[in-house]
Design a protein around this ligand. Structure first.
Ligand code: UGA
Length: 433
């Protein structure tokens, strides 16, 4: 029969949760204050790029188990309310929870007794306690159930999670168990803990991923110095089951709407507690330096020196999004590199399968990868779209002025593009020149 679930916020977390819980057999009403977004969703139009999501939304609408509305009173008969609201970076790096608090303040007048108030979006440690105070109704149990969805894999991550985390005070354990039951049969470990541990686990995971990538980016620099190859070093590290193979590929740095904001927020949380989380600060500094390192490599590839002038030089960019599988440009290191190149006077053309346009004064976005090569002094791979490997590299070589590719994602097979006529420069793969 399924449970009655309310979701507040139809962003990528809220929409994925709403659609997936419908798929798991529940009745879901999703509330968002953006009328035009709700109008689109009611028609089955999903504007975010997320594999499988449109189909799930349309199935849910078709079965009548999923509804979208701008009217919060429609939450009056639900037994669960999932808070899927933005917590952007605010002052001094701290997460800004104002929207969340404003919405929660309206809930006591709407919800029926026993309704579980579930925080799904990433909230600073202590938020659960604060929300319980704001609600001021002991009959509304607060449960922390952080999401660990990756953009581009949100549906898959929701339906086949690595773990399900539920944080509550002991009195609300039964409510936490009811929330766990919403996920139905799953092979994932379901872990009950206190609210602070659940909240911190989310930040700790994202910040650790950021540390891992910064670590490998610095290692790549070291590899260049000593003539080692980061692809081997990363692979050999990853074979250690305590380390694992993921997040060991160097690139222009970590970006997106989560890792930068969450590392800054965790650092701020640590500072508030008087704890020196210096390694996190170092990872953030390394991340900022990484963009500059990629720009230096591009200068070197084109001019022969790492501080050579790029004024008037045509450069073709493959990728602008912060990672493959999304068109998201938020905190994109690829876009940061493009901005820096444009500031240095380079003339940029870019192709990204997920991006239609960006600021036209920085880069001209085209819808044909072969156009970016036209008369370019170099091509630069900035986002790791697998399809870039399958391009006709001989055709690209013929279009360029100089067949040089800076592979800032170590995506390409150097031998294959070499055969096509390109000089390939990766990160941490060639000795320092
Ligand atoms: C991240 C986490 O991976 C999710 O678990 C989490 O739920 C989500 O944030 C969130 O808090 O909502 P996402 O922002 O989609 O997900 O991005 P990731 O897939 O983690 O990638 C982050 C960045 O690291 C990207 O810029 C990516 O290109 C970079 N990266 C990743 C590398 O440079 N090298 C790697 O080997 C892996």
């Amino acid at each position: 029969m399924g449970e009655r679930v309310g979701v507040i916020g139809a962003g990528y977390v809220g929409l994925t949760s709403a659609a997936c819980f419908t798929q798991l057999g529940h009745q879901v009403v999703c509330v968002d204050n953006d009328q035009s977004k709700v109008d689109d969703l009611v028609r089955g139009e999903v504007t975010i790029v997320e594999p499988g999501l449109t189909e799930l939304v349309r199935d849910g609408l078709g079965s009548g188990r999923l509804r979208f509305t701008t009217e919060p009173p429609e939450l009056s008969d639900v037994d669960f309310v999932l808070l899927c609201l933005p917590t952007p970076e605010g002052k001094d790096g701290a997460a800004d929870v104002r929207v969340l608090e404003e919405v929660v303040a309206t809930l006591p007048g709407l919800l029926r007794p026993g309704c579980a108030v579930v925080t799904k979006s990433t909230v600073p440690v202590g938020t659960g306690t604060r929300l319980a105070e704001l609600l001021g109704r002991p009959d509304l149990p607060v449960v922390s159930n952080p999401e660990f969805l990756r953009e581009g894999h949100a549906v898959e991550d929701f339906l086949r999670p690595d773990r399900i985390v539920l944080g509550s005070v002991p009195e609300n354990r039964a409510a936490a168990e009811r929330v766990a039951a919403l996920y139905g049969e799953t092979n994932a470990p379901v872990w009950f803990t206190d609210p602070a541990s659940a909240e911190l686990a989310k930040y700790a995971s994202n910040a650790f991923l950021a540390l891992k990538v910064s670590y490998v980016n610095v290692l790549a620099e070291l590899c260049e110095h000593y003539g080692a190859d980061i692809r081997d070093v990363g692979r050999l590290m990853g074979l250690d089951s305590r380390i694992g193979p993921a997040f060991l590929v160097p690139g222009p740095g970590w970006g997106g709407s989560c890792l930068p904001k969450d590392t800054a927020a965790l650092l701020r949380t640590a500072e508030n507690a008087g704890v020196d989380f210096g390694i996190l600060r170092d990872a953030m500094k390394a991340n900022a330096r990484q963009r500059a390192a990629v720009v230096r490599k591009i200068r070197l590839a084109i001019t022969g020196v790492s501080d050579g002038s790029l004024s008037g030089t045509r450069i073709g960019l493959l990728g602008l999004a912060f990672k493959a599988g999304t068109g998201d440009l938020r905190e994109s290191p690829a876009l940061a590199v493009a901005r820096e190149l444009a500031r240095s006077g380079a003339v940029l053309t870019a192709y990204d399968p997920g991006v239609e346009a960006v600021e036209p004064d920085i880069v001209q976005v085209v819808d044909d990868p072969y156009l970016v090569a036209k008369d370019a002094a170099a091509l630069v791979v900035l986002t790791e779209w697998p399809e870039f490997r399958e391009l006709d590299w001989e055709r690209l070589a013929a279009a360029t002025e100089r067949a040089v590719v800076v592979d800032a994602r170590n995506l390409l097979d150097p031998a294959a593009v070499g055969e096509a006529g390109f000089t390939h420069m990766g990160l941490g793969t060639d000795p320092n020149r």
